[in-house]
Write a protein that binds this ligand. Structure first.
Ligand SMILES: C[S@@+](CC[C@H](N)C(=O)[O-])C[C@H]1O[C@@H](n2cnc3c(N)ncnc32)[C@H](O)[C@@H]1O
Length: 211
């Protein structure tokens, strides 16, 4: 999923939408998607995303080790991070609480998110989900984000052939534009230089505004 030189593990023969699939990696300490720090786009965006918002409630689905959640909390966001892998939560829950956030061990699709957030921070959660779950992802985001709030996404991998499957599954602008049509409008986007975060596939950054 990232640097080919990092340790890899063959995926288990389990459905990728199940906790058991992800536990296979977490319990072995093999997390090749993890770039070891908050994504560099957050160096600017952690503050920029708050522009014009009356509150700073952020939702981070599939938060993993929580580097991004911590970066957002450090910038003053009230962060709710969710991951169904307890091993992921144990890495970061205390540090996030110390910054006023909360890390919940739960399935994102079971969390009552209704109207609770100004920001949905998307980073390799959608690409972890099989396409059968795309509609649920979009519906959950639409329920979670308040009107005027935004969904910011670090898209990865943007250029992996769809036929290669996943995870990570290919995600790109047209896919997310389609999924969010009628609830969010794309406000801005930019390319992310190749290799950022030691990743071999393409990345892109975009922000959609909730109508
Ligand atoms: C590819 S990892 C990305 C982790 C983190 N966002 C990052 O960039 O380092 C995907 C994470 O999503 C979690 N996950 C997948 N499906 C989930 C679901 N339905 N509910 C909660 N967590 C989920 C997995 O446990 C895993 O930690």
């Amino acid at each position: 999923m990232s640097d080919p030189a990092r340790p890899r593990l063959d995926p288990p023969d389990l459905p990728p939408e199940t906790p058991a699939f992800w536990a296979h990696f977490w319990t072995r300490g093999v997390t090749p998607w993890d770039i070891g720090r908050a994504h560099p786009v957050l160096d600017d965006e952690a503050d920029a995303l708050a522009a014009g918002l009356a509150s700073r409630d952020a939702f981070v689905p599939g938060a993993g080790r929580g580097h991004d959640a911590l970066r957002l909390a450090d910038a003053g966001w009230h962060v709710t991070a969710v991951d169904f892998s307890p091993e992921a939560a144990s890495c970061v829950a205390q540090a996030l609480e110390a910054l006023g956030g909360v890390y919940r061990v739960a399935d994102v699709f079971d969390v009552d998110v209704s109207g609770g957030f100004d920001l949905w921070w998307e980073h390799t959660f959608l690409s972890a989900l099989p396409p059968t779950h795309h509609r649920a992802w979009a519906d959950t985001a639409a329920r979670a984000v308040r009107p005027g709030g935004c969904l910011a996404a670090l898209l990865f991998p943007t250029d992996k052939p769809a036929a290669d499957g996943g995870p990570p599954y290919r995600v790109d602008l047209p896919l997310i534009d389609d999924l969010l049509a009628g609830t969010f409008r794309r406000e801005r986007d930019r390319s992310v230089p190749p290799g950022t975060g030691h990743r071999s596939f393409g990345q892109h950054y975009a922000v959609w505004r909730r109508d």
